[in-house]
Structures are given as C-alpha cells and as structure tokens.
Ligand binder design. Sequence first.
Ligand code: ADP
Length: 394
Amino acid sequence: MLLLAVNSGSSTLKFRLYDMPSEKVVTKGSFERIGSIDSDYTIRVNDEKIYKKEEIKTHEDAVNTLLTELVEKGIVKKLDDIKAVGHRVVHGGVLYSHSVVITDRVIEEIEKIKDLAPLHNPAALIGIRAFKKAIPNATMVACFDTAFHQTIEEKAFLYPVPYEWYVKYDVRKYGFHGLSHQYITNRMKDILGFDGNLIICHIGNGASISAVKAGKCIDTSMGFTPNAGIMMGTRSGDIDYSIIGYIMKKTGLTYDEIDNILNKKSGLEGIAGMNDLRDIDRAYMAKESKVVLAIDMYTERIAEYIAKYYIKLGKVDAICFTAGGGENDPIIRKEVLNKLKPLGVEIDEKINDETIVRKDKEGLITTKKSSIASYVLATDEELVIAKDTFNLSK
Ligand code: ADP
C-alpha cells in the first residue's frame, strides 16, 4: 500500500512516499520557500533527482505540483493509488495522546489548538486541507509532536503558577519532538530487548531531552512552547522570565521583538554569533573564546538535564543521542559525557569520533566499564508517521 508522510512547515513541505508494510521509501523530497519567488522543489527517486526552481505560491500549489509530478514521472499510476496521507502536526494540546484519523472534528480541534502553536499548526492545517481536496479518497492521519509526552504526570507538567491558568488557559508543559523521542524509544526496545529507562537527547537546531521510564515518557525539557529547557541553536531555552520585562524597559523593544530574539538570536547564536554546529566545531577547534564558552554552556545544560532525569529514573539503561547534532557531532557528545563522569559514565573516545550517522555509523559510544551505556541512533520521524498512518488506515 502506498502512503505519503508529510511535514508541512510555514514555508516548506517535506514528504516521503512509502510502500507499506515493507517500509520502502519509493520517493522523497521537499518544497522550500513556498510563497516566495525563490521557491524550488526536489523529488528523489532511487538515484535520480528532479530539481525545479519555479514559483510555488501556496501549500496547495506545492501539493498539486507534487501529485502531478508523481503521476507524470510514473511513480504512481493514478492518484487513487495513494491510499493514505500522514501529517505531522506540531501541537495536539491535551486532546491527543496518539495519532488519529482526521475527521472534520479533528480539523476543528487542531484549529482551536492553534492559539498554542501559532507558527506551526496553521501550516499543518493548510497541508491537510490541500491533500484532502486533491485526493479525497485517501485516509488522512494526524501525528502529533506532543502526543508522546502526554504520559507525563501532573506534578511534572504543571508550572508553579496559579492553577487556574492551567484550567482556564491550558498553561502546562506539552513537550515537542515527540515523534523522534518515540522512534528512539522503539529502536532502544529492539536493541535492549525490553522497554528500557532512557534519557533521549534530541540535539538538532531545536533540541530537547526526554526521560522515558519503561517505554513511557515521564518528563521532557521543552515546555509550554519549544523555547524551554536546554540552550539550542538559536533559542535561549530556560531563562529567568524577569529578563524580558527588564530588557523591554531598558531598550524599548516590544514583547514580540524580544520573543523573536529569544527564539531566533539567542542560544549558540547569541553567545557565539553562529548556530550551526558544523561552524561551531570548526571555530571550537581554532579555540575561538566565545565559541569555547558557548560549547561549555551548551553541553553543561544538556548534562544538567541528564543528571536531573537520572535522579528521576533511578536506574538508566541508556543515554541516547539523536537528530542532526546528536547523530553527527562527536565534540558535543564528548563534552556532555565527560561532564557526567561523576555518575560513572565513561566515553570511548575513539568509537565516539568514528560514530557519525552521516557516514552510516551508529551504535554504542561508551566503554564496557561505563555505569550507563550511551548510544548514537539516527532518528526517523517520517517512519513513525508512516507506521501510524498505515496502522490507522488498514
Ligand atoms: P532541525 O530539524 O532542528 O533543523 P536537524 O535534526 O536537522 O534539526 O539538525 C540540524 C543541526 O544538526 C544543524 O544545525 C547542525 O547544528 C547539526 N549538524 C548537522 N550535520 C552535522 C555535522 N556533520 N556535524 C555537526 N553537526 C551537524
């Protein structure tokens, strides 16, 4: 059965066409800069790459262009061969702890949740509507980035603010990157042979850490919004909220301007003036002082969360690193694991240096003596979407 896994961002649409249940990726690609005259798209089939630079005005245009290409290139015979479309939806609020088949009611609910995710959910809705119109017979499924974290208990998801804010306005920790944390949890079950106690570090440009007890999430570092928890590429993560009011008074900047700075110009970018770990690593090797400081701050915050979750879990079977940085950056992993020496963690530096997912190598990076094993694993959010979509449309 052919199905599409789709990730619609505010100006992007990424997709993979799967043949299920074999999990074979038939084709994949992305539309970038939708809505700008610079838009372009790439579709990959086996070793062939179709690249076109043309104006894609809306997500609906992107969907129609994609479907036309799939038929014209003979990738699918007719559109009705695509039996289902799974959509990544960033925010499922408190309503969704699993993926669901999209009905009119689900669309309404995602609409309502958009106050909580003003940048993300509207893009997903545009994608859902565009596919519904283009292939009305396909089953549509929503896969939420918050769903995996819905097992977190009240004492961990509540903020110590008036309880009424939670009751009236849904102020609580939601957590994000759930599809990735879910995927790594499943992979670790295959590796360990049981549902383990895990600390999962998703280190991309956005970054989050989850504590997973016997396969269920019990805490995560992102919160009411993705700008919580550890320091990230361009996000501050946790800060003393009073800084916002203070800087507003000092500079005359508005709340929205400061919010933008805390999301887009803080974190590694704020301290080191760059946010891509590849650039950061080069500057770190050259011992640029701001970059050395930024890496120290960055890895200290990751190590602090790991230590905190170690206490919560009691026994930890594995610390896992995933996403762009976690998969490919031995420097960050080494700095983090060395900061965990007091817990008895011991990295195998040679294996860590060689373990780079981009070079097709994943696996264990700690020594036999290490008190906790640490693994590097490639995440696959699209596969989680594909599997859930397949199971719900059977
Ligand atoms: P996001 O979806 O948040 O953009 P990704 O999981 O795609 O995150 O990760 C992107 C980040 O991964 C980049 O910003 C970069 O910091 C890091 N990264 C990617 N490749 C490498 C590499 N080869 N070495 C070090 N870091 C890398």
